[in-house]
Design a protein around this ligand. Structure first.
Ligand code: ADP
Length: 992
């Protein structure tokens, strides 16, 4: 409907536009025509009036000319000539009779001789055909009319208008000559004619015009002629429009005296003007008619050629439905409407093609769905709307038609799809009508069935998959069990191997010391060999353990901040001995400002040492160099890296062997084992460590020339602990001499170990006059002794039959009497974290380096007696308790403060050795508190450790850098890290 209204409105609009156009056009043309025609006709009218006036003037002139001619006829006649001379009246009586006057329309004749004597003068009344007296003014010619008698030439004369008492008269005078026109003139003949009503009527008849005659100086002169009276002859012809109908034309005629005159005025109908008006009206009418005709014609044509056909097209398109795609519109003609019809038909064709394609595609997908092994059901909640063949087989007798519009299976109906279209997946047990029990996976999706919301459910039989999964799971569990058994075996084995090794190495060391100065030398050598073999065997066991740990994914890196140059010095110091053994020169090529590195220092040391020892091992009397350089950051993918290149001038490696170098247990050539020793594990482990630290090891080598092993590592390892150490933790100096044992005091050291060799060995190794050793062979015995003796230090083995070292530690820490006793754990498992959390002062791995042990014991005993107190400032009670317990377990005394004010008070009262401060406190912020702590004499020099959950800005960090020792991030540091930091800051080193 809308369309038709629209079309009609289009027609109406077109009509409106046409009407407006015609009106505007007609108005414009009419105005133009009016201007042109009116102007033209007015000019024409003026010309016409001027002509009529001239015509009347001419009539007067003609009248005067006629008078002159008559006067001439009589003046040049011998008889008149004679009469002028002799005055014989016969001439008068025969010639100037009444008919002479009548015939010539004369009202006055006079003959005057040359002396001025009037010989004859006679007036005549034409109306009454009777003689009258001549006009009084012409009784004598002495006055103003004397000019009538003066003729410059013989034949010339005077003529014109005379304004006389009785009225205006037309007059002519001629000299009297002979018939031959010869002189001398003997007088003047004058003839006149009254310009009376008769004459005027005659002239009117002649000119066929009506006019009126007025005296110039007449009192009753009409107002319209007044301007003419004033201006005189100058203003002639005078034309004045009187009204729409009348126009006035006038002229002035002067009398012969020149002093006055008459006005001859014509009142004329305005015919020309009226004609103009009529023409204009007719023209306008024709114009309007033509415009209307044009409008109607245009409307008709537009309607026929455009509107009707467009409307028809619109009707036809509207009639096309989704089910009549083959219908085409009919639009005849080659014009635009025809093209539009053509375009619509093309579009319909494309739509129809597209529909066919869709239908084909739908058909294809239907076939696919029918062929699918999965059951597909579309339902509306109650009834099945569609089901494929597989569905019919699963849910019924295999015929989809029998299931459509039947109630849907409750299991399928129970699964509702999510409105956002994300598939809802559920597994279920399904009982088929045939009695089989299947495991199925149901996937529900929202769907539309004939524009109504519906659900599509795919039912997949996963019984087989489940069985396979079951089998795989069982297999995996078996494999896991086997792996656990292997790990257990390895761990037990290594413990079993390492425990006797501890004894072997320990005793060998002691014997070496005992025989240091004694003979025989062979014994010393033998002992050195036993010692060397023990150390080698230990390294081998450690390598195997590391490798199996990496394999099991249990190897964890322990990153910390350290000084690269210091690490290099340490590694070179160890390698130097190896280099000297083969007569090699060992060189370090690195700048001093390598800076800090955040990585696993111990593992990096291990890798470098492995590369250096290989280089020294396979080079004789040559050169081994370690070159360290820095690769700058290249975007976030490639952070700043350090490159450690170990180059030697040794035997080199064959190209075909290089690829196998990093495989486990591979040595380039089997004979080298015999010649050089080694297990073939070093490079494999080193490569794994390098990868764990985010880097890699590459190698280039040439047989007989030498090899270069290049280790590239990021300066900052990713994924480690994220605390921000502002200053590197002081690394314990392993080369430092053992701390002197506090002498003169009787300190009790309790050794708890099931291994008798250890119980025997340790007192002898640590022998010191100030120390008294007690031993216990089991955990239970150890506990009893600890309680009875309250020793100053306990050395505790972890792996013991019955009660384990951990259990003993727990009980020691749980008892208030023994909780303060430092416990040094000796273990093969490097579970430092666990140990420190449980309260161990430190852990040493077996076999224990005797120097390390001595150092530790001395330090732990030194710390005794003066319990160092720590100030803990933290407002959150839970976190405070957790931190306090952690510090308690480390054997530290803790003073707690929940806000800044309390903290400052406690600082003043108790003078703690270190402060652990939270940055976000209720009353004053951490930074102000730190400033206040530093301002107090007790707080000026103590280390401050910040624990914060806050993301520090660069400014805050810089500020903290100057006043605190370390910042730990809440949620990302472990208890042992806190303890380690505290211990390090208070110089109680703790290293595995
Ligand atoms: P091993 O403990 O046997 O040295 P590695 O994994 O460290 O085990 O080395 C594997 C093998 O690679 C060595 O046995 C040796 O054959 C070869 N290799 C390693 N480093 C060098 C080197 N610098 N020059 C020559 N050969 C080397």
């Amino acid at each position: 409907m809308q369309r038709f209204i629209h079309t009609r409105s289009l027609r109406a609009r077109l009509l409106l536009v046409l009407v407006l156009m015609v009106v505007a056009l007609v108005a414009a043309l009419a105005l133009l025509a009016d201007a042109i025609i009116e102007g033209g006709f007015l000019a024409l009218e003026e010309r016409d009036v001027a002509e009529r006036v001239a015509q009347v003037s001419n009539a007067f002139d003609n009248s005067i000319v006629g008078l002159q001619r008559t006067t001439l006829d009589y003046a040049q006649w011998d008889d008149t000539y004679a009469f002028a001379l002799d005055g014989d009246r016969v001439f008068i009586e025969t010639n100037f009779v009444d008919t002479t006057f009548l015939y010539n329309e004369l009202t006055y004749i006079a003959i005057v001789n040359t002396t001025g004597t009037i010989l004859y003068a006679q007036g005549f009344e034409l109306e009454e055909e009777d003689f009258t007296d001549p006009p009084a003014e012409l009784q004598s010619f002495a006055g103003p009319y004397a000019t009538l008698l003066q003729h410059e030439q013989l034949e010339a004369g005077q003529s014109g208008l005379l304004l006389l008492e009785d009225g205006p008269m037309l007059i002519a005078s001629k000299s009297i000559l002979t018939s031959l026109g010869e002189g001398p003139a003997v007088g003047t003949l004058l003839m006149g004619r009254w310009l009376d009503e008769r004459e005027i009527a005659r002239l009117e008849a002649l000119t066929r015009l009506n006019f009126s005659v007025w005296l110039l100086d007449e009192a009753q002169l009409p107002a319209v002629l007044q301007p003419l009276a004033a201006a005189g002859v100058e203003a002639t012809p005078f034309i004045q429009i009187l009204d729409d109908q009348q126009i006035l034309g006038a002229t002035v005629m002067s009398d012969l005296s020149g002093t006055s005159g008459i006005i001859v005025a014509l009142e004329l109908p305005r015919e020309v003007y009226q004609l103009g008006r009529t023409t204009l009206r007719n023209y306008t009418l024709v114009l309007v008619g033509a415009a209307l005709l044009f409008g109607v014609l245009v409307l008709f044509v537009v309607d026929r050629t455009l509107l009707r056909r467009t409307l028809s097209l619109s009707h036809q398109v509207a009639a096309i439905g989704p089910h009549t795609p083959e219908v085409r519109v009919e639009a005849l003609g080659q014009d635009e409407v025809g093209q539009l019809g053509e375009a619509i038909n093309q579009m319909l064709q494309r739509l129809s093609d597209y529909q066919t394609q869709i239908a084909e595609s739908e058909q294809r997908y239907r076939q696919l769905i029918e062929l699918l092994p999965d059951a597909i059901v579309v339902h509306n909640g109650q009834m099945v709307r569609y089901i494929n063949s597989a569905g019919a087989r699963l849910l019924g007798n295999g015929l989809p038609a029998t299931l459509v519009d039947q109630p849907v299976h409750p299991l399928i109906a129970g699964l509702s799809p999510r409105p956002d279209g994300v598939p809802v997946i559920q597994e279920a047990v399904f009982h088929t009508p045939q009695g089989a029990v299947l495991e199925v996976e149901l996937v529900a999706l929202p769907f539309y069935d004939q524009e109504a919301p519906a659900t599509q459910v795919i039912v997949r039989n996963i019984t087989e998959r489940k069985q396979i999964e079951q089998t795989l799971r069982a297999a995996k569990e078996a494999a896991d069990a086997a792996n656990r058994a292997k790990s257990q075996f390895l761990s037990t084995m290594s413990h079993e191997l390492r425990t006797p090794l501890t004894a072997i190495i320990g005793y060998a060391e002691m014997l070496e010391q005992s025989f240091a100065d004694a003979e025989p030398a062979e014994v010393q050598q033998d002992l050195a060999r036993i010692h060397g073999a023990g150390v080698h065997l230990l390294a081998l066991i450690n390598d195997v353990l590391d490798l199996s740990k990496i394999e099991a994914g249990h190897m964890q890196i322990k990153p910390s901040m350290f000084n690269v140059s210091e690490l290099l010095d340490k590694a070179l110091a160890t390698a130097r001995a190896l280099a000297q053994r083969n007569g090699n020169e060992l060189v370090l090529q690195a700048t001093d400002d390598l800076g800090l590195m955040y990585s696993d220092e111990m593992r990096l040391h291990q890798v470098l040492l492995n590369l250096l020892s290989n280089a020294c091992k396979f080079t004789h009397d040559g050169r081994v160099s370690l070159t360290v350089s820095v690769l700058p950051e290249v975007g976030p993918e490639l952070p700043e890296r350090l490159v450690f290149a170990v180059q030697d001038s040794g035997i080199g490696i064959a190209p075909d062997q290089i690829g196998r170098l990093f495989q486990d247990f591979v040595q380039v050539d089997a004979s080298s084992t015999r010649r050089y020793g080694g297990t073939g594990l070093g490079l494999a482990l080193s490569q794994r460590f390098a990868q764990l630290l985010g880097g890699t090891i590459t190698v280039t080598s040439e047989l007989g020339v030498g090899s270069t092993f290049t280790l590239t590592l990021p300066r900052h390892v990713q994924g480690g602990a994220t605390n921000i150490p502002l200053t590197p933790l002081a690394s314990s100096d392993q080369d430092a001499p053992p701390a002197a044992l506090p002498g003169g005091e009787n300190r009790i050291v309790l050794i708890i170990d099931d291994d008798p060799a250890i119980r025997d060995l340790l007192p002898r190794l640590l022998a010191n006059p100030g120390l008294h050793f007690e031993t216990a062979a089991s955990g239970e015995e150890g506990l009893e002794l600890a309680m009875a003796l309250l020793p100053d230090l306990i050395l505790l083995d972890v792996l013991m039959p019955g009660m384990s070292g951990w259990d003993v530690l727990k009980q020691l820490k749980a008892d208030p009497d023994t909780t303060a006793i430092p416990v040094l754990m000796l273990t093969i498992a490097e579970d430092t974290e666990h140990g420190v959390m449980l309260g161990a002062a430190n852990l040493l791995s077996k076999p224990v380096e005797m120097d390390r042990l001595g150092q530790e014991v001395a330090l732990l005993l030194q710390g005794q007696g003066a319990t160092q107190r720590l100030l803990l400032v933290e407002d959150d009670p839970d976190i405070r308790t957790y931190l306090r317990r952690t510090l308690d377990q480390g054997g530290w005394g803790v003073i707690e403060a929940e806000d800044g004010e309390t903290a400052l008070r406690l600082l003043a009262e108790q003078a703690p050795a270190l402060a652990v401060v939270d940055l976000m406190l209720p009353d004053m912020d951490g930074i102000s508190l730190i400033a206040a702590l530093r301002a107090h004499p007790h707080g000026t020099n103590i280390p401050i450790l910040v624990v914060t959950a806050k993301d520090l800005g660069a400014d805050e960090q810089a500020q903290l850098n100057q006043s605190v020792a370390q910042v730990l991030r809440k949620g990302s540091f472990r208890g042992d890290e806190l303890l380690r930091s505290v211990q390090t800051l208070l110089q109680r080193p703790m290293k595995e």
